[in-house]
Structure formats: structure tokens, C-alpha cells
Design a protein around this ligand. Structure first.
Ligand SMILES: Cc1cc2nc3c(=O)[nH]c(=O)nc-3n(C[C@H](O)[C@H](O)[C@H](O)COP(=O)(O)O)c2cc1C
Length: 159
């Protein structure tokens, strides 16, 4: 039997809600990528040119530190990896996670939450942070006020 895991970064809880539903549906462990310094409301203000999130996302080489760098991925085939869309891609803290762990030979299925944007160039920016034999695929973006059932239905296709 294949072993799966759900991993998410969530700054304000929305993606965590989706991640929990996916983990529950697929019966996987759920690991949250935890920033060393939590994001405050001010940090998340995308209208502020000098907010932490704006500065991080305007420097694609930024790698915000995380507390739980290494995750036990032994025997894992598929990682369901979730995050909020920030400036049309994944937050660079997701790159931090990918670079801290060896995902060689594994499959990553992305899911995200957003105000309305799709994955955009997400895969392109995450690819640089994984081995050449890691397969990244776009799962689903849950936008706006999505229903629990949308997430459960998405997850069910991987049972
Ligand atoms: C810094 C920042 C940038 C964002 N950029 C986008 C974007 O480009 N497109 C979009 O649709 N939503 C954008 N959003 C909205 C989030 O993707 C959305 O609120 C998400 O569900 C938050 O998830 P979370 O609670 O797990 O952090 C942005 C939010 C923040 C804080």
C-alpha cells in the first residue's frame, strides 16, 4: 500500500482547514510548516510595500526560517502540499520546506487556497527547490468561500 502525507503552510488558518479535510479523507498524517517567527496581521498586509510578506515575495530567493525543518518522509510516495497563494505563487517558505527535505523520487500534489487566483507560475517556482525526479502536479486551488465538500471530493480521487 502506498503511503501519503499531508503538509501545509497556513498563515491565517484557511489552508489549514483544507489540509485537515484532505488528511482526514485520505487518513494521512498532517504536518504544518511552522515559521520560526509567526506572521502577524501587519506582516500579511499585501498593500504595504514594506510588509514582511511583500518583501519576502519580491525576493524569490528569500527562505523564511521554519522550526520543523526535517519531516520524516521515509516510505512516503505522495506528499499533498498546501499553501495560500501569495502574489500568484506559493509563499517562499514552501521553498524552505522543500529544500530542507529530500523529496527525490516522490510525487507532490499541490493544493492551495486563494482569494481567486489559480496556481499561476507556482510549479515553475517550486521546481527549482526539488530534485529532478520529484514530480510536482497541480491538484486544486480552493478560492474564496469554498465548501468542505469541494475539498473532500478533491481528496477522494486519490483514495
Ligand atoms: C501576502 C498575501 C498575498 C496574497 N496574494 C494573493 C494572490 O496573488 N491571489 C489571490 O487570489 N489571493 C492572494 N492572497 C489571499 C490568500 O491566498 C487567501 O486569503 C488564503 O486563503 C489565505 O490562506 P491562509 O489562511 O492559509 O494563510 C494573498 C494573501 C496574502 C496574505
Amino acid at each position: 500500500m502506498s503511503k501519503n502525507i499531508t503538509v501545509c503552510f497556513s498563515a491565517s488558518g484557511v489552508t489549514k482547514r483544507a489540509a485537515q479535510l484532505i488528511a482526514d479523507t485520505l487518513n494521512t498524517e498532517l504536518i504544518e510548516i511552522t515559521p520560526k517567527t509567526a506572521y502577524t496581521k501587519e506582516d500579511l498586509n499585501w498593500r504595504d510595500k514594506n510588509s514582511r510578506s511583500t518583501l519576502e515575495m519580491s525576493d524569490k530567493s528569500s527562505r523564511p526560517e521554519i522550526t520543523n525543518e526535517k519531516v520524516d518522509l521515509s516510505g512516503v510516495d505522495t506528499v499533498f502540499l498546501g499553501f495560500p497563494v501569495w502574489w500568484y505563487i506559493a509563499p517562499t517558505i514552501v521553498n524552505t520546506f522543500l529544500e530542507a527535505n529530500d523529496l527525490s523520487g516522490k510525487r507532490i500534489v499541490l493544493f492551495a487556497t486563494s482569494g481567486g487566483s489559480d496556481f499561476g507560475k507556482t510549479v515553475q517556482f517550486l521546481k527549482n527547490s526539488v530534485a529532478s525526479d520529484t514530480v510536482i502536479s497541480e491538484g486544486r486551488v480552493f478560492s474564496g468561500r469554498f465548501e468542505d465538500n469541494d475539498v473532500v471530493e478533491f481528496a477522494r480521487q486519490y483514495i
